[in-house]
Ligand binder design. Structure first.
Ligand code: T5A
Length: 206
């Protein structure tokens, strides 16, 4: 039996990594085989592209190069890891996917959303997540949490207005794709966030 594809999205520091761990444990406790992965990254080559994306090496990173590198990494990830794992019956839990490109490079940087959707369709055709959990919180809260956690990478060094556009972009995506998106208030206590996540996982499993 084919598995499922669950993505977790949201701006910086909203709690994606923390909650992927929770989702994985929750599903495993129901005898489901899971695979946790992330974007950019997930395979050897995609992780190398991640390093290129999150640092500058002293060069300007053209926005178009950034956009194409996210999709290049995604192509390796989809073909070498995500598709084979789903076909083997795993529940793949992925920290970000193409919605992140729409939110960050589309709403954040200003690339045309339809152009991004066209590239996405070249990279993964009609493949979409079965469930997308959007952790939503004001940009200041996420940035504050991310700062407390350690040093900031290239993508975490934008003005606050950039992350506000990203947040609004995600909320727009959620309203346009209600069939797969659930929005959870990530500014609440972690326990409340996880109670809501468990509810939506139960819906997916029924
Ligand atoms: N990107 C990515 C694009 O621009 N386009 C794309 O197409 C893709 C795929 C990736 C960067 O690349 C960009 C987006 C990103 O800028 P990343 O490191 O993978 O970078 O992603 P980040 O969002 O930067 O991941 P973070 O690790 O910063 O955030 P998380 O995973 O959302 O947050 P997490 O779980 O590490 O939590 C942060 C802190 O908050 C606490 C945690 O304990 C932790 O200390 N926390 C809470 N505290 C209180 N209450 C809660 N409810 C809490 N939940 C978590």
């Amino acid at each position: 039996m084919a598995g499922k594809f669950i993505t977790i999205e949201g701006s910086e520091g909203v709690g994606k990594s923390t909650n992927i761990e929770f989702i994985s444990k929750y599903l495993k406790s129901r005898d489901i085989t899971t695979l946790e992965t992330r974007e950019p990254g997930g395979t050897k080559i995609a992780e190398e592209i991640r390093q290129l994306l999150l640092t500058t090496k002293g060069e300007t990173v053209p926005e178009i190069a950034e956009l194409l590198l996210f999709f290049a990494a995604r192509s390796f990830h989809v073909e070498n890891l995500i598709k084979p794992a789903i076909n083997q019956g795993h529940y793949v839990i992925c920290d970000r996917f193409s919605d992140a490109t729409v939110a960050y490079q589309g709403y954040g940087r200003g690339f045309n959303i339809q152009d991004i959707n066209t590239i996405a369709s070249w990279v993964h055709e009609k493949m979409q997540p079965d469930l997308t959990i959007l952790l939503d919180a004001p940009a200041e809260i996420g940035m504050q949490r991310a700062k407390q956690r350690g040093t900031m990478d290239r993508m975490e060094s934008e003005d606050i207005s950039f992350y506000e556009r990203v947040r609004n972009g995600y909320l727009t995506l959620a309203s346009e794709h209600k069939e797969r998106f659930v929005v959870i208030d990530a500014s609440q206590a972690l326990k409340s966030v996880q109670t809501e996540i468990a509810f939506h996982l139960d819906v997916l499993l029924t």
